[in-house]
Design a protein around this ligand. Sequence first.
Ligand code: HEC
Ligand SMILES: [Cu+2]
Length: 412
Amino acid sequence: MSSNVTRWALLLLVLLMLPLGAWADWGALNMPKGVTQISNEVYTLHMRIFYICVAIGVAVFGVMIISMFLHRKSRGVKPADFHESTTVEIVWTVVPLVILIAMAIPAARVLIKMEDFSDSEMSIKVTGYQWRWQYEYLDSGVSFYSQLDAEHNRARQQGADVDLAETFPGTSFNGVEDIYLAEVDNALVVPVNKKIRFLHTAADVIHSWWVPDLAVKKDAIPGFINENWALIEKPGIYRGKCAELCGRDHGFMPIVVKAVPQEEYDAWIADKKLAMAQADSDQDRQWSHQELVTAGAQVYQANCMSCHQAEGQGIPGMFPAIAGSDVATGSIDKHIGTVMDGVQDSMMSAFSDALSDAEIAAVITYQRNAFGNGTGDTLQPTHIKSLRAGDTLSAPSNVAAAQELNTTTGVN
Ligand code: HEC
Ligand SMILES: [Cu+2]
């Protein structure tokens, strides 16, 4: 008997020690408390229900294990042979019912709060694309795209071979500073202490905008608008990602929300508006060939390189090469059409909404001259602008004029 007890005690000890290593980092496994009132309520709710589950688990397994131990055959226990007990049936119906109601009431209360969009002080429309986010500040007209930082994007192309210490010197990629693949070019800047309403939709496939610290996770569905809101109390940088399997690069569309004090936010909006006005006027001027190529290289790295690759070599069987491509060295109209309207039923999406006139003109000029394509062509933003206006007739002469301009000025 006593040797039996020792054996049981030993087994229990081993079982208890197994997860000890994991306990040290328990906090990292749990859901974050977040920085909004709702996220705190969600956290509290989550913990309450978790503890109820733990209590039920301990009670049920406790009774089971103790019963099995105390009434085991070797002790000569005889099984009871009664049938049907009204008392037991009432107890095991009423007790779970009471527990379920006790869980449903606080859960419904938080859910209703999450769906309450009244009194929101500003609205941001968030549109998911493969693979970037567009943010439109509906109150101030500011709008931009946000995607994986170009350096991170370049590093990840090396796959498992990437040496982070070498690629990002001075940056720790362990622990809390781990931002590899979690950095974007343009963060979503928002003011603290304002009720922000988010409107979620998508332009191609279903995405999901997920920022754990804000307890915000909403599907972005083409043709639908889903709502959500957040009131951030603490300035800081909050990171998230697309939580929907939205295609090949699904893991590479991070979200960065930067919450700043109101004055800082106002200054940022003013800056953004200025930059947008500047970009607008850039659409109307004549660019030099070199300017377009330089700008185009950046547009290419940010938007096209993930598929067509750094040297324009593509991935055989998947993404065509731009180097020596019939489209990039042939008729410029076909090239423009490919980039602006995409290719039906392929991974080549339409870029006419995602890129500005200048960006489209620049990336096409770049593709037609980089990777040994050397066509010498120059495409002006004004040409794309007139195309958008439906003015197809003026197009060829415009291109020709631009080419002449370049041969005469020698910028080619
Ligand atoms: C998601 C991957 C992807 C991205 C990003 C992408 N493309 Fe493509 N691209 C494709 C695919 C796939 C094709 C082939 C389409 C077909 O013909 O079926 C293609 C074809 C092309 C072609 C025609 C090449 C040929 O010879 O057929 C050009 C030009 C082109 N893309 C330009 C661009 C530009 C410019 C960008 C960035 C603004 C870009 N692509 C971004 C996937 C991509
Ligand atoms: Cu996505």
